[in-house]
Design a protein around this ligand. Structure first.
Ligand SMILES: *[C@@H]1O[C@H](CO)[C@@H](O)[C@H](O)[C@H]1NC(C)=O
Ligand SMILES: *[C@@H]1O[C@H](CO)[C@@H](O)[C@H](O)[C@H]1NC(C)=O
Ligand SMILES: *[C@@H]1O[C@H](CO)[C@@H](O)[C@H](O)[C@H]1NC(C)=O
Ligand SMILES: *[C@@H]1O[C@H](CO)[C@@H](O)[C@H](O)[C@H]1NC(C)=O
Ligand SMILES: *[C@@H]1O[C@H](CO)[C@@H](O)[C@H](O)[C@H]1NC(C)=O
Ligand SMILES: *[C@@H]1O[C@H](CO)[C@@H](O)[C@H](O)[C@H]1NC(C)=O
Length: 512
């Protein structure tokens, strides 16, 4: 049987004819969207009264931070081309569009109490109104990495005073747009902001306070999130009736071997990279294993207190349960193995886990991004078990290529198979996943990869002043999925060749 099955799957047949893809329909009220973020698509970095963000500042003063010295000065030019974008969203048929608001467009100086910029306010008013006119829900990220440089100048996320500045900014947005925006994300991907921005110098503001910056930043970002969640609950929820959550990036970590050490390593990885945010938001405090390990290591390393700050009892109460939905970004699966000899201090050595990839898993342009659909299901089951089955929305997921290819069959396969695994998690494992957004709507400025990594359902010609947009095959596939509310049978009809033969074979296989 396994030889037959192997032969068939080798021929690419088993998949299609035997229907390994889930035949479930998406649940009633399941919502599809696509995601983007301000700095990655808007451009117009100094137009309309906008202030300077850490990305503007870092890449203007150090262009070499990014491949080909690219930056987001123009990006997809969505600041000017948003009407065209909305027409494409309408064509795609999504129920929501997730975009972020640029802090420095609204509050150019960033500080609590500083002036609100009317031109910036108008840009998002127009965008939101036009989306609603097309029946598309605006799903707004308040912070997607573009901190005002003025705030960075006084320590950015390392300075607790940022909490007040963030609360002021969020309150301004609720007052301006909350009558129409019903879903808010406070902060997108804490770990990427904090580890890559403040500890490993790979994203703005490019600081390298290894093992220290990451925790201070995370601590303040969690406090900022919690405060904004409570602010909405206390002052806006009754009248605006919206929902507030945040987004945590999650790889699934598969133990590299079946040894106990590697199984424990995988669990540690999940706790140190996802639990660090999810645990406080759900249960009020950091995962106990993190607090223990970091305290012990800090002591050994001669720090006079744990590098992981502590929440007060009051703060724990405030943060605990600060979500109406758990936003999760999921791209891929990695391998984890136990390793106690990583450079110290660092998040990785605190965790004691080395990550790697399985070279047999299909990859393309980024070493970490592999096609591992079953890992998505395992992640969802782990989240269900670890956090008592919270309401989850997947707010990013996608496939990157180096090529501009409009016939992006790998991206099509990615969405078909990942969504199929998600359906199994919903129907067979009881996970409550209520929406999925693809990353990305458009090819965009992909941070330190510049424009070399393409995630878009829509190709953007960055060589043209017009930033011409052309939908890819995956755009059509995503539209078909939304329209049919299921994963349609493949358009690759091998049945054309020997349909009866294969179908009979499949039945025979089932009988064996
Ligand atoms: C897809 O194919 C399977 C059999 O392979 C069939 O049972 C199912 O009804 C088909 N679905 C659609 C939407 O055509
Ligand atoms: C932190 O922010 C406060 C208030 O904005 C400021 O007075 C202080 O100097 C900042 N700390 C650092 C280390 O920059
Ligand atoms: C890598 O993946 C292959 C299957 O694709 C599997 O047989 C192998 O055990 C995996 N190796 C590791 C280290 O996970
Ligand atoms: C701990 O060390 C820091 C500097 O590393 C210092 O500022 C602080 O005063 C010390 N605290 C105690 C309680 O010794
Ligand atoms: C980046 O630079 C390389 C080599 O200089 C060039 O081949 C490539 O086209 C550039 N890519 C982009 C997106 O600018
Ligand atoms: C600009 O791009 C859009 C698609 O994004 C296209 O419809 C339009 O024709 C282009 N205009 C020019 C002048 O190339």
């Amino acid at each position: 049987m396994s030889i037959l099955k192997g032969t068939l799957s080798f021929l690419g047949v088993f998949h299609i004819v035997c229907g390994e893809l889930s035949q479930y329909s998406f649940p009633d009220n399941f919502q599809f969207g696509v995601s983007s973020s301000a700095y990655q698509i808007e451009g117009a970095w100094n137009e309309g009264g906008k202030g300077v963000s850490i990305w503007d500042h870092s890449l203007h003063s150090n262009p070499d931070y990014v491949l080909n010295k690219s930056n987001g000065d123009i990006a997809c030019d969505s600041y000017h081309k948003w009407k065209e974008d909305i027409a494409m969203l309408k064509n795609l048929g999504v129920q929501f569009y997730r975009f972020s608001i640029s802090w420095t467009r609204i509050i150019p100086l960033g500080y609590s109490g500083s002036k609100v910029n009317e031109e910036g306010v108008k840009y998002y008013n127009d965008l939101i109104d036009a989306l609603l006119a097309e029946g598309i829900q605006p799903f707004v990220t308040i912070y997607h990495w573009d901190l005002p440089q003025t705030l960075e100048n006084k320590g950015g996320w390392l300075n607790e005073s940022i909490v007040e500045d963030f609360v002021y900014y969020a309150k301004t947005l609720f007052e301006l747009y909350g009558d129409r925006v019903k879903r808010w994300i406070t902060i997108n991907e804490y770990l990427q902001i904090c580890e890559y921005g403040y500890s490993s110098a790979t994203l703005a503001p490019f600081l390298n306070l290894a093992g220290v910056g990451v925790y201070q930043c995370s601590h303040h970002a969690l406090l900022a999130h919690g405060r904004v969640y409570r602010l909405y609950q206390n002052q806006f929820k009754a009248s605006q009736k919206g929902e507030v959550g945040s987004v945590i990036q999650a790889f699934w970590c598969e133990p590299k071997t079946s040894s106990m050490d590697d199984q424990l390593a995988a669990e540690h990885y999940m706790q140190f990279n996802f639990g660090i945010y999810a645990h406080p938001i759900v249960y009020g405090n950091y995962p106990p294993i993190m607090m223990e390990r970091i305290e012990a290591l800090s002591d050994k390393q001669g720090f006079n207190k744990s590098r992981l700050p502590r929440f007060t009892e009051q703060q724990i109460e405030m943060i605990k349960g600060s979500f109406d939905f758990l936003g999760v970004n999921h791209y891929t699966t990695i391998l984890c193995s136990f390793n106690d000899n990583l450079p110290q201090p660092s998040l990785d050595s605190d965790c004691g886990v080395e990550i790697s990839q399985n070279s047999t898993w299909k990859g393309d342009s980024l070493w970490w991004l592999r096609h591992v659909p079953w890992g998505f299901r395992k992640l969802l089951v782990w989240i269900k078990k670890t956090y008592d089955n919270p309401k989850v929305i997947i707010l990013e997921g996608g496939w990157s290529t180096d090529e501009n290819d409009l016939n992006d069959v790998d991206r099509v396969q990615y969405y078909r198979e990942y969504l199929s695994e998600m359906l199994k998690a919903i129907y067979e494992d009881g996970c409550s996943v209520i929406g999925y957004a693809a990353w990305s709507f458009l090819d965009a400025f992909e941070w330190n990869s510049g424009y070399t990594k393409k995630f878009g359902l829509i190709y953007v010609d960055f060589g043209s002043a017009n930033r011409t947009r052309i939908p890819r095959k995956s755009f059509n596939e995503f539209r078909n999925i939304i329209r049919s509310n299921r994963i349609p049978n493949s358009s690759v009809h091998l049945e054309i060749y020997l349909p009866v033969f294969y179908i009979i074979l499949c039945y025979l296989l089932k009988l064996i």
